[in-house]
Design a protein around this ligand. Structure first.
Ligand code: TXA
Ligand code: MG
Length: 368
């Protein structure tokens, strides 16, 4: 049985729901909670049985490390063996906020399952009253991946968590829609003080560079990283001296049931023409079709497919990012066999948006 609690936007650690949820965490149960990025599925990061339950509930391979969520700077120094000056600057600039720092892990303080055997740990302080209240009330460092079943998009609404995990977890704090809608930026500073972006997210490359005063290495944003965010062995060639350590396997990642293709290019008319041609072919084969496009282009596809899913606007990339995962869930619910998505500009949050969209498309991108 999963217990559901509504929490207000100004939720405090003393709130009844938070106290009860914190008690579950202390007992080694799982509690899902909102953050400013996506919903997390939390467990006491010191308790191996509790952490094991995360992997079971999600159906996630247990050699992919988890992010540990904290509520104060004191907890950072308890968990990290050392915090280099660049990482410290980033923490001070962006916490609480959508940034995860990979740091050397203090031995013995966390369940070894959290770090999947690495000697580093990903740490972040989420910018959400319910998340911070839950961590404070429980007194636990909280290990939390996104609260979706493995192979589903990350949840941006409590309803998404319920769809995926009802009956499999102890409780869920429902704080409404999350803000950023994409997971945190994961970074690791190297010995030279350069900042390596392991996963693009809510904190942009420009923000990282400005706050750290250090070079930011991202592989042009495209050198992602194995499917769930770990560095890809192919890498980008830019940072051969530094290889963030990654577990030995590649992870399956979310892909919609539909065969999704991204179409991008400077000429909006050419993009629309290519998508409409693709839709015509799919419909001739009797397939249900959908298009995911910025709101201002939705009308271009109304007649040409079964479902148009407007996703933000070209002038408002944060809104497109916030809506992406819900849009992908809609596509699955509608039983779509063939789908197209317009590409978004890969600037600012658009970099993380396109990173997730490209993964969902399994790398199928048409440049026109
Ligand atoms: O926004 C977020 O980060 C959300 C919310 C719930 O906080 N969490 C999240 O967790 O996205 P998850 O488990 O879905 O993604 C964690 C990412 C994975 O790509 C994992 O490989 C990477 O962080 N990661 C964690 N610890 C790491 C480490 N020690 N070294 C390298 N990568 C690490
Ligand atoms: Mg995830």
């Amino acid at each position: 049985m999963t217990t559901y609690w509504q929490v207000p936007p100004d939720c405090t650690p003393e709130a009844d729901a938070v106290q009860k949820a914190a008690e579950l965490l202390r007992q080694g149960k799982l509690v899902a909670f909102p953050t400013e990025t996506v919903y997390g599925l939390g467990a006491d990061a010191r308790n191996t049985q509790a952490v094991e339950a995360i992997f079971t509930a999600k159906g996630r391979p247990s050699d992919n490390p988890l992010i540990v969520h904290i509520a104060g700077m004191g907890m950072l120094d308890e968990l990290a063996l050392a915090v280099d000056p660049v990482s410290r600057r980033l923490a001070e600039a962006f916490w609480p906020g959508p940034l995860t720092l990979v740091l050397p892990c203090r031995p013995g303080v966390l369940s070894p399952l959290v770090t999947a055997g690495l000697d580093t740990v990903g740490i972040r302080m989420p910018d959400h009253p319910a998340a911070l209240s839950l961590i404070r009330a429980s007194g636990c460092p909280v290990a939390a991946p996104s609260a979706n079943r493995s192979g589903r998009p990350s949840p941006t609404l409590a309803e998404h968590v319920r769809e995926d995990l009802d009956g499999r977890i102890g409780g869920l704090l429902d704080g409404g829609a999350t803000g950023v809608g994409l997971e945190s930026t994961v970074v690791q500073a190297d010995a030279e003080g350069r900042v390596h972006v392991l996963r693009p997210g809510g904190i942009t490359l420009r923000q990282l560079a400005e706050a750290s005063g250090a070079p930011v290495v991202s592989g042009g944003g495209r050198a992602e990283l194995a499917p769930d965010g770990l560095p890809d062995q192919e890498g980008d060639g830019e940072d051969s001296s530094f290889r963030p350590r990654a577990p030995g396997m590649k992870y399956t990642h979310y892909a919609p049931q539909a065969r999704l293709t991204i179409v991008q290019g400077q000429d909006a008319a050419a993009v629309a023409e290519t998508i409409r041609n693709g839709l015509r072919d799919a419909r001739q084969n009797g397939e249900r079709t959908a298009v995911l496009a910025p709101a201002e282009h939705a009308a271009l596809y109304r007649e040409a497919c079964d479902l148009v899913i407007p996703c933000g606007s070209l002038g408002d990339l944060p809104a497109a990012a916030a809506g992406l995962f819900a849009a992908l869930r809609r596509m699955d619910e509608a039983g779509i066999a063939c789908a197209f998505a317009e590409g978004y500009p890969e600037e600012e949050i658009g970099l993380a948006l396109m990173n997730r969209l490209r993964k969902a498309a399994g790398g199928r991108v048409l440049e026109v």
